[in-house]
Write a protein that binds this ligand. Structure first.
Ligand SMILES: Cc1cc2nc3c(=O)[nH]c(=O)nc-3n(C[C@H](O)[C@H](O)[C@H](O)COP(=O)(O)O)c2cc1C
Length: 128
C-alpha cells in the first residue's frame, strides 16, 4: 500500500484543483477536478481517490484501452525546496464506475455526477 504522508499529504489537503492525465490513441489528454470534490469523497483506505464526474467521456474512452492515469496536485500553501509552492504527482490505475459503492457516494454528494472516477494509487512523487 502506498502511504500518503508528509508534504504530499499537506498538498492533497490543500490543492485547489487537480490535473488528470490519460493516454489516448491520438496522444495525451488532460482533464481536471477540484481538490475539495476529492476531499469531500475522502481517500478510501488511504489509497483510492474518487472524482465525481459529469463528462470525462474522453478520459473514459482512454481508460478503457489504457488504464494508466496520472494526477497532478499543487498549491502555494505548502513549501517546497525552493519556497512557497509545492506539488505532488500520483500515478495509478483508473476506472470509471457508473454503479456500486463509490458511484453511489459520488452521486449522493454531487447530484450532477453521472459516475465516479476511481484511481488506485501506485506511486506518489513530490514535485518541488
Ligand atoms: C478546475 C476544473 C475542475 C473540473 N472539475 C470537474 C469535475 O470534478 N468533474 C467533471 O466531470 N468535470 C470537471 N471539469 C471539467 C472537465 O475537466 C472537462 O469537462 C474535461 O473535458 C473532461 O472531459 P474529457 O475527459 O472528455 O476531456 C473541471 C474542469 C476544470 C478546469
Amino acid at each position: 500500500m502506498v502511504k500518503i504522508e508528509g508534504n504530499c499529504k499537506d498538498i492533497i489537503d490543500k490543492a485547489e484543483w487537480v490535473a488528470v492525465a490519460t493516454t489516448g490513441v491520438d496522444g495525451p489528454q488532460l482533464s481536471a477536478t477540484w481538490g475539495d470534490y476529492i476531499r469531500t469523497l475522502g481517500i478510501r483506505d488511504g489509497e483510492i481517490v474518487l472524482v465525481p464526474i459529469a463528462g470525462y467521456y474522453g478520459t473514459e474512452r482512454n481508460l478503457a484501452k489504457d488504464s494508466r492515469i496520472e494526477m497532478l496536485w499543487a498549491t502555494r500553501q505548502v513549501h517546497g525546496k525552493y519556497g512557497p509552492g509545492n506539488g505532488c504527482k500520483i500515478k495509478g490505475i483508473g476506472e470509471i464506475q457508473t454503479s456500486g459503492e463509490f458511484a453511489d457516494a459520488a452521486k449522493e454528494k454531487f447530484p450532477w455526477a453521472r459516475a465516479v472516477l476511481v484511481v488506485k494509487i501506485q506511486e506518489i512523487i513530490e514535485q518541488l
